[in-house]
Design a protein around this ligand. Structure first.
Ligand code: 13P
Length: 254
């Protein structure tokens, strides 16, 4: 049994005061969540606040991006060691918004995943197809090449130290959600790609679903055999909604 992980991706949202209220709300509600693991991936400027407010709670801190390099003359970048210094346990790598708007390739993403693991964090590697790709029957080809594009560069052993998030681009922020069957099928496919290299790691690895997971659909999605958690965008910005998803994670844990 894989322990469900419910991770919030706040994206580029939040001020010091809104973050304080949201983090405090999540921390107090999370005391009733015992089986699912909970994390919030906040914007860089809010990491310090996150570290303070999450201390001693059962909510872990994460970041949304990391530099490929370990330090030095890289203006505007943030290293994995810096994230660890601020208490980050998780870091999202290769989110579709970074692939699309910032030109992140599998090569760059593989370096980010490696740098994060080397620093002691757990990367959440995101993969997923666009609507056009799905309609063209290319979803598996795209997802497969995103997985293999990282796997071939960093090796299967690194997959023992990361999580994968399946995030169909057409379901992100659109209110459209993959049906539980569509999501389950994609997760089975992703697991099979890992199993090509190691059945044992494929069995262990957590595959989260992301793309308009919300309070109303979390239970059904999380009840699928190969959906091991969620990466939550919009609904993670409302403490009560996020906590309902965390509770659904608890239920899914049995
Ligand atoms: P939404 O939950 O807002 O669709 O965002 C999903 C996502 O991109 C999480 O990383």
């Amino acid at each position: 049994m894989r322990r469900p992980l419910i991770a919030g991706n706040w994206k580029m949202n939040g001020t010091k005061s809104s973050a304080e209220a949201l983090l405090s709300g999540v921390v107090s509600g999370a005391t009733s969540v015992s089986k699912a693991e909970i994390a919030v991936c906040v914007p860089f400027p809010l990491l310090c606040l996150g570290e303070q407010l999450l201390a001693g709670s059962n909510v872990q801190l994460g970041a949304q991006n990391v530099c490929t390099e370990s330090g030095g003359a890289y203006t505007g970048e943030v290293s994995a060691a810096m994230l660890v210094d601020f208490g980050c346990r998780y870091v999202i790598c290769g989110h579709s918004e970074r692939r699309e708007y910032y030109g992140e390739t599998d090569e760059i993403i593989a370096k980010k995943v490696s740098a994060s693991i080397a620093a002691g964090m757990t990367p959440i590697l995101c993969v997923g197809e666009t609507l056009q790709q799905r309609e063209d029957g290319l979803a598996e080809q795209v997802i497969g090449s995103q997985i293999k594009g990282v796997l071939s560069r960093i090796g299967i052993d690194a997959f023992d130290r990361l999580e994968i998030a399946y995030e169909p681009v057409w379901a992100i922020g659109t209110g459209k959600t993959a049906s539980p069957e569509q999501a389950q099928d994609a997760h089975v496919f992703i697991r099979s790609q890992v199993a090509d290299e190691s059945a044992a790691i494929a069995e262990k690895i957590r595959i989260l679903y992301g793309g308009s997971m919300k309070a109303a659909n979390a239970r059904e999605l999380l009840s699928q055999a190969d959906i091991d958690g969620g990466l939550i965008g919009g609904a993670s910005l409302v403490a009560d909604d996020f906590l309902v998803i965390c509770q659904a994670g608890d239920l899914a844990a049995g």
